[in-house]
Write a protein that binds this ligand. Structure first.
Ligand code: PLP
Length: 464
C-alpha cells in the first residue's frame, strides 16, 4: 500500500465521473483506484487528469513554498527538450554531466572555496538528499577518526537548533544518529553559538547551522558558532565540523550579504547544501552539496559509475533521476550571471520588507522577522486580538486564492502562532499590493467574528 497523505480521502466513489462533454459516448466506467482494464483515447485521459488537478492551489499564489514556481519561456523550452535525460547516464549524456560539474564549480566559487580545485560536490534531488549526504560524510569521518583512536563509534550525535527542517530529523532517524536539539527561548528563534557548544561532546559528528531558518527566514550565526567551536577545541581537543544548511540562504547571502562570513571562508565549515529549486530559481527537483575538500568527503562513500569508458565517481541516494533540472540550473547561471541573481534577489528582499512593513502598519499584527535576511518573514497577531486566530487569517486569505501557512513555533515557544510569507521570484510589488488589499478586505469580517473559529488542530495543515 503506498503512503497516503492522512488528509486525502481514501475512498470516494469507485469510478471516476466523466463529463459527457469531453468523453463522448461509449466509454466504459473508469475505476478510480484500480488500473482500468482497457486503454482510452489520449485526449480523454488528458482531460481527466487535467480536471483532477484543477483543485490544486495556484503555484504563483502559494506563499508557503520556498520552491521555484516560475521560469521564463526559454527555460521551459529547454526543460521540454531535456526531460528525457537521466542524470545517472553520464556515459550517454556526457554534456549534461559536464553542465553539472560547471554548476558545482560555480557554486564552489560563490561559496568562497579557498581552493576550488580541491572542492568537491554534486547535484541532488533537493536539499533533503543533500542533507543526507552531508550528514553521512560527517558520520563516516567521525567513525574513521574514532576507530583510528581505538574509541567506540556506537553513539554518534549531531547538534542543531530545534528550528531545523524535517530533513535533519530524517537524517538522524534513518542513520541512527542522536539528534541534539537546542530549543527556542524567549526571542531566540534559532541556534546560538553558546547553546550549540553546550550540547557538544566527543560523540558529536557535527553541528548544523542554517542560513536561514524555515520558521522565520532568519540566518543563524554561523561565524559565531564556528568561533565557539574553535574555543571548545582549544579547551577539550575535540574538533567538530560544521555543515551549513543553506537551502535558501545559499542563493541569497552571496548576492545580498557579501560581507557576511558563513561559508568556506570559515575553515570549520566542511560542507554546504543549497536548493537549486529554491532561490536558485529552478523548478522542483534540484539541490546541491559542496564539500570543502576531499578530506571532508570520505573516499569509501563514493561509488564509481561507467562514464565514457572510464569511471565517474558518484555519491547519491538515488540511481536514476532527472537531468533536466541541472540543465535549467546551468541556464539560469548563464542567463542571469552574478548581476542578474543580485537584481532578482534584491527585488525579492525589497518586496518582502515592503510587505512586512505594510502588514505591520495594519495595526493588529506584530512582525517576528522583517524579510531582511531571507526574503521571508513571520508575523503574529497582537496579544489584544482575542476573537480570531492566525489560522482564521490564513483561511480567510485562502478564499482569495492565497496560501499563507499558519503554525506554532516548536519547544519552548509553542505558545507563539504565526503566519509566514515566502517572497520568491514572481511575487511582484503589484501582487504584494493585491495581497495587502485582500488582507484589508478580509479583516473587517474577521473583526466581527465573536470568537476564534480555527485553531492549531482545525486550521494548521502546515508541518514543514
Ligand atoms: C533550511 C532548509 N533545509 C532543508 C530543506 C529541504 O529542502 P528540499 O525541499 O530542497 O529537500 C528546506 C526546505 O524548505 C529548508 O528550508
Amino acid at each position: 500500500m503506498p503512503l497516503i497523505h492522512p488528509k486525502t480521502p481514501r475512498v470516494g466513489k469507485r469510478h471516476l465521473s466523466l463529463d459527457p462533454v469531453f468523453v463522448g459516448e461509449g466509454l466504459k466506467p473508469v475505476p478510480r483506484n484500480e488500473m482500468p482494464a482497457d486503454s482510452m483515447d489520449p485526449n480523454i485521459a488528458y482531460q481527466i487528469v487535467h480536471d483532477e488537478l484543477l483543485l490544486d492551489g495556484d503555484a504563483r499564489l502559494n506563499l508557503a513554498t520556498f520552491v521555484g514556481t516560475w521560469m521564463e519561456p526559454q527555460a521551459q523550452k529547454l526543460y521540454a527538450e531535456t526531460f528525457d535525460k537521466n542524470m545517472i547516464d553520464k556515459d550517454e549524456y556526457p554534456q549534461t554531466a559536464e553542465l553539472e560539474m560547471r554548476c558545482a564549480n560555480m557554486l564552489a566559487h560563490l561559496f568562497h572555496s579557498p581552493d576550488v580545485s580541491r572542492a568537491t560536490g554534486c547535484s541532488t534531488t533537493g536539499s533533503s538528499e543533500a542533507a543526507m549526504l552531508g550528514g553521512l560524510a560527517l558520520k563516516r569521518r567521525w567513525q574513521h577518526k574514532r576507530r583510528a583512536q581505538g574509541k567506540p563509534v556506537d553513539r554518534p550525535n549531531m547538534v542543531m537548533g530545534i528550528n531545523v527542517q524535517v530533513c535533519w530529523e530524517k537524517f538522524c532517524n534513518y542513520w541512527d544518529v542522536e539528534m541534539r536539539l537546542v530549543p527556542m527561548e524567549g526571542d531566540r528563534f534559532h541556534l546560538s553559538a553558546e547553546e550549540a557548544v553546550k550540547l557538544c561532546d566527543e560523540n558529536s559528528i557535527g553541528v548544523v547551522a542554517i542560513m536561514g531558518s524555515t520558521f522565520d527566514g532568519s540566518y543563524e550565526p554561523v561565524k559565531e558558532i564556528c568561533e565557539a567551536l574553535d574555543e571548545f577545541q582549544c579547551k577539550t581537543g575535540i574538533d567538530i565540523p560544521v555543515h551549513v544548511d543553506a537551502a535558501s540562504g545559499g542563493m541569497i547571502a552571496p548576492f545580498l550579504d557579501k560581507e557576511l562570513e558563513w561559508d568556506f571562508r570559515l575553515p570549520r565549515v566542511a560542507s554546504i547544501n543549497v536548493s537549486g529549486h529554491k532561490y536558485g530559481l529552478v523548478y522542483p527537483g534540484v539541490g546541491w552539496i559542496l564539500w570543502r575538500d576531499a578530506e571532508a568527503l570520505p573516499e569509501d562513500l563514493i561509488f564509481k559509475v561507467n562514464y565514457l569508458g572510464g569511471n565517474m565517481p558518484t555519491f547519491a541516494l538515488n540511481f536514476s533521476r532527472p537531468g533536466a533540472q541541472i540543465v535549467l540550473q546551468y541556464y539560469n547561471f548563464l542567463r542571469l550571471g552574478f548581476a542578474g541573481y543580485t537584481r532578482v534577489q534584491q527585488y525579492a528582499r525589497d518586496v518582502a520588507t515592503y510587505l512586512s512593513g505594510e502588514i505591520e502598519k495594519l495595526g493588529m499584527f506584530e512582525l517576528v522577522t522583517r524579510g531582511d535576511e531571507l526574503p521571508v518573514f513571520a508575523f503574529k497577531l497582537k496579544e489584544s486580538v482575542k476573537n480570531y486566530t492566525v489560522y482564521d487569517v490564513s483561511s480567510a486569505l485562502r478564499e482569495r486564492g492565497w496560501t499563507l501557512p499558519a503554525y506554532t513555533f516548536p519547544k519552548n515557544r509553542t505558545d507563539l502562532a504565526v503566519l509566514r510569507v515566502v517572497v520568491r521570484a514572481g511575487l511582484s510589488h503589484d501582487l504584494a499590493d493585491m495581497l495587502i488589499a485582500d488582507i484589508k478586505r478580509q479583516l473587517p469580517h474577521l473583526q466581527k467574528q465573536p470568537m476564534p473559529v480555527r485553531d492549531t488542530e482545525s486550521g494548521g495543515g502546515f508541518r514543514h
